[in-house]
Design a protein around this ligand. Structure first.
Ligand code: PEP
Length: 260
């Protein structure tokens, strides 16, 4: 059975004070609910919040894990301003978001570099959340499957079978991120199924166990419908992860859409 995940990508929002507050609010709301052991909650605050966040979620029985939003591929060295996988590992970080479209757009990250980061993160026993997805023009000119296949091949296909088993994928149509537009549940399902097939073509049945999350304006009012799709195993949530009530409402939708 695949793990279901709701991951909140805070992006460059919240300092340690507002961030601590948000995590405490999330925990308070979760404590009122029945946890589902097969639905994980992942919180990806900015680097500056990780240390405090680690203390807050320590010893929790609520299935909450910590994620970073990026990292370098080297463990140490003269890379001013960068954070390494070993530094994240030392903070009990479990996941690292890699290849987010904002990293690709604003920091010119390519899949060749992302592939190195993925290997490094896996070597530190953390789980990469690899983001892929097409631009608006690629959706409109119907090249989106070619684009996504190329992203997956370049970033993931040098992994061994064993390494591939520790991957989480997020399909994020770039035109739906932070825009209020979202893919319909059918559009999202089509791509999720395509991603799984692409992985299956090289890794066989390993593909059946890889969680594929949907990201792109997933909100409390559309989450339920999206999560009922068979190849959608959760969500990578941006804007709606900044409000505890919205984030938990999306988590509840996932919990009720997937049976244990
Ligand atoms: C994201 O950037 O990962 C994301 C899904 O953002 P939003 O939910 O705000 O569209």
């Amino acid at each position: 059975m695949r793990t279901n995940i709701i991951a909140g990508n805070w992006k460059m929002n919240n300092d340690i004070f507002t961030g601590n507050n948000l995590i405490n609010q999330i925990i308070k709301l979760l404590e009122k609910e029945n946890a589902n052991p097969n639905v994980k909650i992942v919180i990806a605050p900015p680097y500056t919040n990780l240390s405090e966040a680690k203390e807050i979620i320590k010893n929790n029985t609520l299935n909450i894990y910590l994620s970073a939003q990026n990292c370098h591929y080297e463990d140490k060295g003269a890379f001013t301003g960068e954070i390494s996988p070993s530094m994240l590992d030392a903070l009990s970080v479990s996941y690292v978001i890699l290849g987010h479209s904002e990293r690709r757009l604003y920091f010119n990250e390519k899949d060749t570099i992302i592939a190195k980061k993925i290997t490094s993160v896996i070597n530190h026993k953390m789980t990469p959340i690899y983001c892929c997805g097409e631009l608006l023009e690629e959706r409109e000119n119907n090249t989106y499957k070619t684009v996504i296949k190329k992203q997956i091949e370049e970033a993931l296909f040098s992994l061994s079978n064993e390494q591939m088993q520790s991957i989480v994928i997020a399909y994020e149509p770039v035109w739906a991120i932070g825009t209020g537009k979202n893919a319909t549940s059918q559009e999202a399902q089509e791509v999720h199924q395509f991603i799984r097939q692409t992985i299956k073509s090289k890794y066989g049945t390993i593909a059946d166990n890889i969680p594929i999350l949907y990201g792109g304006s997933c909100k409390p009012d559309n989450a339920q419908e999206i999560f009922t799709m068979p190849d959608i195993d959760g969500g990578l949530i941006g804007g709606a992860s900044l409000k505890a009530s919205e984030f938990i409402s999306i988590w509840k939708s996932l919990k009720s859409s997937k049976t244990i």
